[in-house]
Design a protein around this ligand. Structure first.
Ligand SMILES: Cc1cc2nc3c(=O)[nH]c(=O)nc-3n(C[C@H](O)[C@H](O)[C@H](O)COP(=O)(O)OP(=O)(O)OC[C@H]3O[C@@H](n4cnc5c(N)ncnc54)[C@H](O)[C@@H]3O)c2cc1C
Length: 395
């Protein structure tokens, strides 16, 4: 995005990427259906960035969801709004969009150098770039770093930039997994062998004292993952950071009240087992029944009142996030206080930052890419502004 703004302003742009091709994570995001942005109204949209909403808002004001859709249409790709309000390119894919975008950049004179890895700065402030021909020293008029977070390192973003910037006096927050799965201390052998991979559908989940969210997730060998868990991942991660573990509550039947559940379970069951009773009265079987067995308090299967409470509020203790490399995105990165409103680093004039490497996070739903696009554009415009200012100062 920055390269586009800069080249449109008549500036010469060289783009370096450590990988053999650019946009690998962007392409991966297209594999499961590229959710590029969201159609909800702006106040709800910006609230997805939680505590960082005030910092992300100016970026979105410059280039928000609507502007992003128009930009995609300008590349000859249509978009549609899914039933959840999420916005997708019409074929759900990232590759046609990336192809059209790269062509436009190349046509505008942007030179793309792949297999060129930025290592930091030389003593004379030139950039150190490792290339197949050896290390290069490059001295641009201005630099933009858009090096991503630290998940899926094999696609290029490994977070190796963080200590380099830290050593230069740039304020950075540690990179942490976001939109990620979490681990329990140990599932029983039965749950792991029979139900790892099973989807837990139509449930609600949340931290105590918070409204539970409806959705679905998946039991894994080590814990839980999936969209409902990702949506809660910032809260769960912070609870673990503070207390060493997070207790989430699961409502296995969000469509029924506690009283209805307890009434159903209190009906005479004759010689039927409680498991059969659960199934016939409430339709609970399979993975939901197994999870209930795993997590309900002792004695619950002999006490309909207690079991009813467990159905409606099953406590699940999560002890750690899955490794950062598996996460959809990362939290942490370059602090907003370390940059001016143009996204230029205060400690390194002429060096700008954009994308996931900035210290914001958001749930899935298109909010990640939208903020990446918006910050890239802001930084590009900021670079034009800064370069013009320098030209004007030159006698
Ligand atoms: C499985 C998956 C699905 C996703 N789906 C969606 C989705 O549907 N919607 C959504 O909004 N978001 C989605 N995301 C998140 C989204 O893809 C990222 O937030 C976004 O790609 C980040 O963009 P970025 O340009 O900041 O970083 P990246 O896309 O990570 O790009 C950073 C680039 O910098 C290069 N680089 C890193 N270090 C160096 C270095 N030292 N020298 C040279 N080059 C370097 C890398 O090779 C890479 O090309 C998904 C992520 C994953 C993992």
């Amino acid at each position: 995005m920055a390269a586009e703004v800069l080249s449109q302003s008549g500036l010469k742009v060289d783009l370096y990427d450590g990988m053999p091709s650019v946009g690998r994570k962007f392409l991966l995001a297209g594999v499961g259906g590229m959710n590029i942005t969201h159609s909800e109204a702006y106040p709800a949209f910006v609230s997805r960035y939680a505590e960082r909403a005030p910092m992300v808002a100016p970026l979105l004001r410059g280039f928000g969801a609507q502007a992003l859709c128009e930009w995609i249409h300008g590349l000859g790709i249509n978009t549609f709004v899914g039933s959840s309000g999420r916005v997708f390119p019409s074929d759900m894919k990232a590759a046609p969009l990336l192809r059209a975008w790269l062509k436009r950049l190349r046509d505008a004179g942007v030179v793309i150098h792949t297999r060129h890895r930025w290592l930091g700065w030389n003593a004379d402030n030139s950039l150190r770039i490792a290339s197949p021909e050896g290390e290069l020293s490059i001295a641009p008029a201005a630099t933009l770093l858009a090096l991503g977070g630290a998940s899926w390192a094999r696609l290029g973003s490994d977070g190796a930039w963080l200590p380099v910037l830290e050593q230069c006096g740039v304020g950075v927050a540690p990179l942490q997994a976001a939109n990620c799965g979490f681990e329990v201390s140990a599932w029983s052998e039965l749950l792991r062998s029979k139900f790892a991979g099973a989807p837990l559908k139509n449930v609600a989940m949340g931290l105590p004292g918070h409204t539970l969210r409806l959705g679905e997730c998946v039991l894994t060998q080590t814990g839980v993952e999936g969209s409902l868990v990702y949506a809660l991942s910032a809260q769960i991660r912070e609870a673990i950071n503070q207390s060493g573990a997070a207790c989430v509550e699961i409502d296995l039947l969000p469509g029924k009240s506690l009283a209805d559940v307890q009434k159903a379970l209190g009906k005479p069951r004759g010689s039927r087992s409680m498991s059969k009773h659960l199934h016939s009265q409430l339709g609970i079987d399979g993975v939901k029944a197994a999870l209930l067995r795993e997590l309900a308090p002792n004695g619950a299967f002999a006490d309909p009142q207690l079991l009813g409470r467990a159905v409606k509020c099953l406590p699940l203790i999560l002890i750690k996030p899955r490794p950062i490399d598996e996460a959809i995105s990362t939290a942490g990165g370059v602090k907003f206080e370390a940059m001016d409103p143009r996204l230029m680093l205060k400690a390194l004039p002429g060096v700008f930052c954009a994308g996931e490497m900035l210290d914001w996070e958001a749930p899935t739903g298109g909010y990640l890419l939208t903020a990446c696009f918006a910050s890239g554009r802001t930084a590009g415009l900021g670079m034009v502004d800064w370069l013009r200012g320098r030209l004007e100062q030159t006698p």
